[in-house]
Design a protein around this ligand. Sequence first.
Ligand SMILES: C[S@@+](CC[C@H](N)C(=O)[O-])C[C@H]1O[C@@H](n2cnc3c(N)ncnc32)[C@H](O)[C@@H]1O
Length: 380
Amino acid sequence: MKKHGFIFVCTKKSESEMLSKNIILTGKIYAPKLFAVREGDYLFLYNLDTDILWGTFRAKGEASYDKSLKIFDGKYPYYILVEPIKEIKKINNAKQLFKKWSISWKDILTEKGALSLKSVLDREIFIDIKGEKLVDENYRPPIFSTTLWDYPTQSYGDTKKGDNKYPGVTPAFIIYNLIWRYTEPGDLVCDPMAGSGTTIDVCKEEKRNVIAFDIVPTREDIIEADARNLPLKDNSVDMIFIDSPYGDNIKYNDHPLNIGNIPATKEEFFDELEKVMKECLRVLKEGKVLAWLIGDQWAKGFFIPVGLKIYERLTKYFIPIDIVCVIRRHQTSNTPFWHSKALQHNFYLRGFKYLIIVKKPSRKEKKIKDLKISWSYYER
Ligand SMILES: C[S@@+](CC[C@H](N)C(=O)[O-])C[C@H]1O[C@@H](n2cnc3c(N)ncnc32)[C@H](O)[C@@H]1O
């Protein structure tokens, strides 16, 4: 596997701590980037206050998370141990170099990018970067800051996530975003309808524990179980991700308990998924997140707002956190034939999915929900 280069930042205050202890520390925002580092990757430290870039370091292992870490008042619980490759050197006015090479310290560098930066630090005279790819844009997806999520490919990085031949496979960047938002390394994530196992692959790469079920497992690390009756203890998981069937539009398998064999035109489809919701409520810890990916249906002249109906059922039990609109790509209907049919017969092709994010109420929140206030009314 090719190596990568990573620039992490420090300030005047934190620089000496990191350089003297051969450790790079980050807070939550840069934790996903830190956890992308593999042993042997090239690392650099950029001081935002002085515009000095220090390097070159080699990652001694992979990143860790320790919430009891006391350095800088515990604000930087994610860390990685490093060792200098030869002597530590510096580049002054590093911003100028970043600009010249059209890179940012936020980027993940290709091996060529990392070695070019190392050469400048090592004072090698001639570095020809013309036409070279210095940044690996597809190594990790971005962490989205708005409720509109779009990413060009189903998978990312050097390893496969799920199987993009599996009908209805989940885009891996969705799970990546959710686990970095709502869990910490070491937490337990559950996928009750795991399909080709995208959740497992993303969680393993991001150092989460994971447990996955499906009515018809496609691989050995998926346990056979009905999502309405999971072999898990009450209040035992830290996050649930579920990409359920959206009706009977995709043939997953012929298992009699496959909810994907019930059409979304029948209320029974929503009743069965409501049982899955109740089971999620049981196994999830209080205050923890359930994220449900779901799309609407338009078939033979009928529109079924599956997403809104699922939202309605979910909020009977859970507290809404947000709804994200995920752009649909790689659809079988994304062909000139179907685009012209949509215009000719005046209907729309599905352009997005809902990602409904809810949380299990804590005891206090449950109390608020059940609170009956007896208002006193006064004559005006
Ligand atoms: C949209 S797919 C999941 C895709 C998966 N996230 C992936 O990336 O490959 C929905 C899955 O739900 C499963 N399923 C349907 N009914 C089920 C049930 N009662 N219990 C557990 N899994 C079920 C199907 O077998 C199918 O694999």
